[in-house]
Design a protein around this ligand. Structure first.
Ligand code: RAM
Length: 371
């Protein structure tokens, strides 16, 4: 009989986001704190109002390269991107590489350079390995931004970041602390070992826990990599359970990993508890506060909105409304106004969509059909 004490403690920011999220409908991000303070502009005002700017969007070709094919999160991202480009009258190219590798993305970048696209928005599978290809694209006049997973600063104009790295790291380590009862073993089930976003969140979790005595009772036993492949993530979960009989919590900061782990733990009736970053649509059946469910709560943001933000950013770069400099600002249609802020390590600019949002038994039904 497993014992689980779950205290769902929302930080002030998350509580505010939760309340706002419950009040909102449709596909808009629940993370209302992320929304610009001013009233969102109506959709029709998405197009730049000056006559000169609008036709430029229509004449241009905007490409999106996701991390890989077969990941519903990436499809949601693409859905948002396509929606905005279509509405603006631009030509949209969506590319899902066969595997979540830098090599697969480099091949796609080369092909897009040959096609003479106007912009590339890319969720990078590696921080460094894409640099030469992206530099070649930039030299050909193609505007580059990243979304979801960044590259080094000189390879892109700006980064559309779903949530602040520190905030994601804090939410995840606090969830681990809560679900372990403040002490004991936990493991991380990540995506690929090269994924910029997962590595940044894991580094942030480590830095927070190493820098605060509050977390001294937590022991990170392993970071395992499921490569954002369902079968490998399943195998890695099973291996963790075998290797660490005293394991209390698995934290999977990947929607593919968390869904695979949730099924393993729930099917086995395991006492190991799960948290991390998951899609409500894939995780609804595993979220619950009782022993029959493997995941008490998890976090995410709206991947459709992240794709939309990347589309508006691409349009603003192509139109010359922004260059990627810190302090640049633009209107992302009905998402409102965004200002580019400096990354903490000085590596260029980012545009933050909003804070991570907690999904739990109280709100999961509201979101499972949205994304
Ligand atoms: C997976 C991907 C993606 C990440 C989410 C949380 O779908 O690795 O990059 O942002 O999980």
């Amino acid at each position: 009989m497993k014992k689980r004490v779950i205290s769902i403690v929302l930080s002030a920011v998350m509580a505010a986001a939760l309340l706002a999220g419950c009040a909102s409908t449709g596909s808009s991000a629940p993370a209302a704190e992320s929304a610009p303070a001013e009233e969102a502009a109506p959709a029709e005002e998405a197009a730049p109002s000056e006559e000169a700017a609008a036709p430029e969007a229509g004449a241009a070709t905007y490409a999106l390269i996701t991390k890989s094919a077969g990941n519903p999160y990436n499809e949601k991202e693409a859905e948002g991107f396509q929606e905005v480009i279509d509405a603006m009258g631009g030509t949209c190219i969506i590319q899902h590489p066969e595997a979540a590798t830098a090599d697969a993305q480099i091949a796609v970048i080369q092909s897009l350079i040959s096609q003479g696209v106007s912009s590339i928005a890319i969720a990078a599978n590696d921080a460094n390995a894409l640099s030469a290809a992206l530099q070649e694209a930039a030299d050909a006049g193609i505007k580059i931004c990243t979304l979801d997973s960044d590259v080094v600063a000189d390879s892109r104009a700006t980064f559309c970041n779903q949530a602040g790295v520190q905030e994601v790291g804090q939410a995840l380590i606090d969830a681990v602390y809560d679900l372990t009862g403040g002490e004991g073993q936990y493991a991380i089930l990540s995506a690929t070992s090269q994924a910029t976003n997962q590595n940044a969140w894991i580094d942030s979790m480590k830095a927070i826990s190493e820098g605060d005595a509050k977390y001294a009772g937590l022991e990170l036993v392993e970071v395992a990599y499921g490569d954002d492949e369902p079968q490998k993530s399943t195998d890695q979960t099973q291996a963790l359970l075998q290797k660490y009989p005293d394991l209390k919590v698995i934290c999977a900061p990947t929607t593919v990993g968390i869904a695979a782990a949730a099924k393993v733990l729930q099917d086995q009736g395991s006492s190991v508890v799960l948290t991390g970053l998951g899609l409500p649509s894939e995780m609804a059946e595993y979220i619950g506060a009782d022993d029959a469910h493997s995941c008490p709560y998890m976090f995410l943001w709206n991947p459709i909105d992240l794709g939309r933000l990347a589309a508006y950013t691409s349009i603003a770069l192509v139109n010359g409304d922004i260059t990627g400099a810190v302090g640049d600002s633009f209107t992302a249609g009905d998402m409102g106004d965004y200002t580019l802020t400096g990354l903490a390590d000085g590596s260029g600019s980012e545009i933050i969509l909003g804070p991570p949002f907690q999904f739990n038994p109280e709100n999961i039904d509201e979101w499972k059909s949205v994304y």
